[in-house]
Design a protein around this ligand. Structure first.
Ligand SMILES: Nc1ncnc2c1ncn2[C@@H]1O[C@H](COP(=O)(O)OP(=O)(O)O)[C@@H](O)[C@H]1O
Ligand SMILES: [Mg+2]
Length: 382
């Protein structure tokens, strides 16, 4: 077995600049005042990954998992220490890290290929496989900013697994998308394992670590507190989770959260255009969690109608069943079926739990306007 990832004494500090509350005059007189705080996101991390090994990375939110993966992928430079890679690496980082949202899916595939040193011809050769795996043929020429989170992950995963990498790095994104697609990704990960490739997998699903990983690393406050057999690492992870859960910090604690269902008081999702509707999103949390509720609405043809602000609706989930109420006071949509995706994200916008097509709203409209939205225009001749 050969070492393909060698992480040696890696530390990463972020400098956080705090502006002092100043008057405009003070700011003009002392433009550089305020304080700079150094934050240790990673401290002295050491581990190796060999060929044919799948290593899980566990840790609470904010423990440094994404920072570590970004250092390994070269997106971030460690403050000290060294990372050596053998072979080529493909990464599926957090949502938002990776694609240029102004460009189409197609352009992003070519751009990502170019970043990995693929010529246009080489990308041409795998392009159809990528699109077929992603199942988003119809939207490949749509700008990525109109993609649902699920579509985004589908394309990113399809690219990562089709560029023939020796090392695959996956950050917590497999929770996005429907169960069928998740299963397909996991199948592909298993094929990778059979082919002797190496995989680094960040996930908050203990089951996935048990099912896929040969070994697991646990991070806590930027330090590596375990690196060993899966069972033992899971136990250590739980212990750290319990210690910290007592003082549930602002960043929240890594938890298993499941979106069980979306229900309406009447049991019906039929609504007249212009009328209001309430529904409840039923969520089971295995421990307390502070995050944000997020919602997307799509037409059946896959056009994004609306995506809520990722940080707009804070929710505090308690252990056990929870219900988040959504009130749509006046639905301006015209005739059609609209699919609703719902999820919980953390303060970075990373998806913690997600459910695509959690509900489908059937809108009936008996006016004469065409399209998807009632503008209510009044026209007068001048
Ligand atoms: N660019 C950045 N600037 C300042 N702080 C950051 C930056 N990126 C991450 N951090 C901080 O570093 C810590 C680790 O973050 P991250 O690696 O995203 O954790 P995880 O993926 O385990 O949730 C967090 O406290 C986060 O707020
Ligand atoms: Mg992360």
């Amino acid at each position: 077995m050969t070492t393909v990832i060698d992480v040696e004494g890696v530390s990463k500090q972020f400098k956080i600049h705090h502006e002092r509350n100043q008057s405009l005059k003070e700011r003009l007189l002392h433009p550089r005042s305020g304080s700079t705080e150094v934050f240790d996101a990673l401290t002295d991390i050491n581990f190796r990954v060999s060929t044919n090994e799948t290593v899980g990375i566990l840790g609470h939110n904010g423990s440094g998992k994404s920072t570590l993966l970004k250092c390994i992928c070269g997106v971030l430079q460690p403050t000290s220490g060294e990372i050596r890679l053998r072979g080529n690496l493909a990464a599926l980082l957090e949502l938002g890290a990776g694609f240029q949202t102004e460009l189409s899916g197609r352009d992003n595939v070519y751009l990502y290929g170019a970043m990995l040193g693929f010529s246009k011809k080489m990308v041409d050769a795998i392009f159809d496989d990528i699109v077929a795996f992603s199942e988003i043929e119809h939207f490949i020429d749509t700008q990525v900013k109109f993609y649902s989170s699920g579509m985004y992950v589908r394309l990113a995963f399809a690219v990562a697994v089709n560029v023939n990498p020796d090392i695959l790095v996956v950050d917590e994104v497999l929770a996005v998308g429907d169960e069928r697609f998740q299963a397909k990704c996991i199948d592909r990960i298993r094929t990778f394992q059979e082919e002797g490739r190496s995989i680094l997998l960040v996930t908050h699903q203990a089951d996935q670590v048990r099912a896929l990983c040969d070994r697991a690393i646990v991070l806590d406050g930027g330090r590596m507190v375990a690196n060993g057999p899966v069972q033992e690492s899971l136990r250590i992870f739980r212990e750290h989770l319990l210690e910290d859960a007592v003082e549930l910090d602002r960043t929240g604690v890594q938890v298993d959260i499941t979106i069980d269902s979306v229900t309406t008081p009447s049991g019906s999702f039929d609504v007249r255009s212009g009328a209001g509707m309430n529904f409840d999103v039923n969520i089971t949390a295995h421990s307390a969690y502070s995050g944000y509720f997020m919602m997307e609405v799509f037409t059946r043809s896959g056009l994004l109608v609306s995506r809520s602000d990722a940080q707009g609706s804070p929710v505090n989930l308690m252990p056990g069943p929870n219900s988040v109420g959504v009130d749509l006071p006046q639905i301006p949509l015209l005739d059609g079926v609209y699919d609703v995706n719902v999820g919980i994200v953390d303060h970075h916008g990373t998806v913690i739990a997600w459910r695509e097509r959690a509900a489908s709203i059937q809108v009936t409209y008996n006016g004469r306007e065409g399209g998807i939205v009632e503008l209510g225009a009044s026209i007068r001749q001048q």
